[in-house]
Design a protein around this ligand. Sequence first.
Ligand SMILES: [Zn+2]
Length: 402
Amino acid sequence: MPFLLADPGVMNQHCINFRIILEKYVNVKTVAEGKIRRTIAGERFGDLVYDLSQMMVNHFRQACHPVPRLAYLPLGASGTMANFDPGNWQVAINIALVCSRNDLPIKFAPVVFSSIYHEYRHAEQFSLMIRYVWAQHPAWLRYQNMVYNAERNHLVLKPFQVPPIALEAALNEWKTTVTTMGVGAIEAMILRSLSTVGGERVSAAAVASLALYPLSTLRGCSQEEINRAALWFQSRFRTWVEEFGGRASLLEMGRMFDLDETGAANLASGEARLYGGTVDKELKEWNATQPTGFPGWPVSSKTAEGRALDGLRRTRAPFNADAMRACRAYLTVRREAAIDLITATQGWYEGVPLEADTHALERQIQKALKFSGKLVDTVAKDAGVLKSSYLPPPKDWTLTSI
Ligand SMILES: [Zn+2]
């Protein structure tokens, strides 16, 4: 029985349920010229989001995965609609999405649904990875080894067969070992296997709740699904002691990995956002008023444009059309560099296995519910989750009268 969120049948069913839930929230209004407008009351959008996540909660219960808590948080204006935090085992929805006072166009709903689906899929990925870690536990492996040998009893002579009582004893040993593990032991295991190099933590409660559910106990879990969980784990987690041989630092010679891939992509895109934000501020200041003097922001001398502008500023050259052109040229290269950096880190981020998986799911939902990727940006901008004009091109003030 297939049951994971990535299964096309499961996704289809969730899309059907989404449409049923949505119907409860639709207001039909007849506007000018007899046209019909289908909207959702702004103050009910939070309830809709709650109902949609409840659908995911049911899914988690059925699969015996720990259920993430739902929160509405300010997640900024850099485009994050929602996120999953494995440390708090929490799915957070950007509060900007659910605090509109105005009626929202119905087309907002599938976009939000697809981003909720994305985040719960992350929670599912982490559940599978934790189950994968439990499946590596020595007591579980001893039991599995016993099962393997018991299945071959008919091939060996009686004295070498595994008696049922031994099988049961191995299973009990496993159960006792994991159910009596204290918080300290579980945390030590997390530190050893589940803490990312980037420092992100995984909830000890979520890990403990999966103690008796190693990956292979998940009913209907295909080998393909198990392999995928192993890949995610490898891309995301490093075991310090095993991978780094007890070395104190990753920077020591002979290390196998730089950083876990998601952590590295997160750091890079964080830096890109910071850089983009600085450039955005400079551009907006420049565009807001017709400048009458050199800008106050620091000028990088890494580019020819930067060195030219800095030269003019340092020699106290008059702020004439040439100076304005120098400012604009400098801001243009800064803007292009910021866009390149953001695009590159975005591409990297989407290529890490966990994100590649969730993005593929989102594309399937877009197909099933028939909406475009462009709409996602429109919704994010309308809701204030994404700045509406980010990195504007600098105005050419030399073209106006000076
Ligand atoms: Zn994601």
